[in-house]
Design a protein. Structure first.
Length: 308
């Protein structure tokens, strides 16, 4: 089944060129079926790229999804025009009275800033609190996962001595968790961050469960008994995303490390090797099926009533 998106969203033409099934609003309105309502809070500066990456993964499911994008009202984007955001994004006041089957909160380039010093932190806290009663399952990505773990469970983040960037081997710790169904014992996930959360802090909270870790990059995937999913990496990244970030930081004079286990022979003049895409697709498909579709009530207005 496809993802339903606005007729003229730029990601639509990209996905269609890849033979990925997307459905325009006009066509979807003629179908007698309730698609899953998915809200994406896109905090990344590269809006179109992130939209395309996430939609690509959400489309690999037999479940039809109706995707909407959310922006922060208390933050002025420096990389995306106000016209674009007005056309394709909603603000929290537009959705606060609605229910959603699933929500994704992305990463953001504010990792080294204290949470309370992020200009939209108060609004984000309001949104994260709202997810407990208005969203069946919320997925937090990278900095989003650290923000969610900190707000909901008091888990601290720690600054790394240098940026963690590359493709890292992770080990599955739980064979029975549905979101990892079909996963190999060892899988790869892109990481791109300056901070971390630590297993010893997470293990102190009985409401949290670590599903995957890496000897080199630490905690990879965490779930909560509130049907929340926290991933410290970027399953959604394309082949060239880390290369783009490396070149950007190099041109900015930041003297970055070459991303680990990414370029062939660790040579930035050679092409990156993709080794995470299969598990990325499986992860998002499992989330839509087991955490969202199998858990959400048919009457969407019933979401969250058991948590009040």
């Amino acid at each position: 089944m496809p993802v339903k998106i606005p007729d003229d969203l730029p990601a639509a033409s990209i996905l269609e060129s890849e033979n990925i099934f997307v459905m325009t609003e006009k066509r979807a309105d003629t179908q007698d079926i309730r698609p899953l309502k998915i809200l994406i809070l896109n905090l990344m500066p590269t809006k179109v790229e992130t939209e395309t990456q996430l939609l690509r993964l959400l489309s690999n499911s037999p479940i039809q999804t109706d995707v909407e994008f959310l922006q922060m009202a208390t933050h002025v984007s420096k990389n995306t025009s106000a016209e674009y955001l007005k056309r394709f994004y909603r603000k929290f006041d537009d959705v606060r009275d609605r229910k959603f089957d699933g929500m994704i909160i992305t990463g953001a380039p504010v990792e080294c800033i204290d949470f309370t010093d992020v200009d939209y932190w108060d609004e984000l806290c309001e949104i994260m609190d709202w997810t407990l009663t208005n969203v069946c399952s919320t997925m937090y990505i990278c900095w989003g996962s650290m923000a969610g773990l900190n707000y909901h469970y008091g888990i601290p983040k720690y600054c790394l001595s240098s940026k963690l960037s590359g493709i890292f081997e992770h080990r599955k710790l739980d064979d029975k968790e549905p979101i990892l169904r079909g996963f190999d014992d060892v899988f790869f996930m892109p990481q791109s961050r300056h901070t971390e959360v630590r297993a010893e802090d997470i293990k102190k909270n009985p409401r949290l469960h670590i599903l995957a870790t890496s000897d080199d990059s630490g905690v990879g995937i965490v779930v909560s008994e509130r049907n929340q999913v926290f991933i410290t990496g970027h399953f959604e990244y394309d082949r060239g995303t880390l290369a783009y970030e490396y070149e950007r930081d190099l041109n900015a004079g930041m003297n970055p490390h070459i991303p680990d286990n990414y370029f062939e022979d660790d040579d930035p003049h050679k092409d990156p090797i993709v080794r995470w895409r299969g598990h990325a697709t499986m992860f998002f498909t499992n989330w839509l099926n087991y955490n969202v579709y199998q858990e959400t009530p048919f009457d969407i207005d019933e979401i969250g009533r058991d948590r009040i």
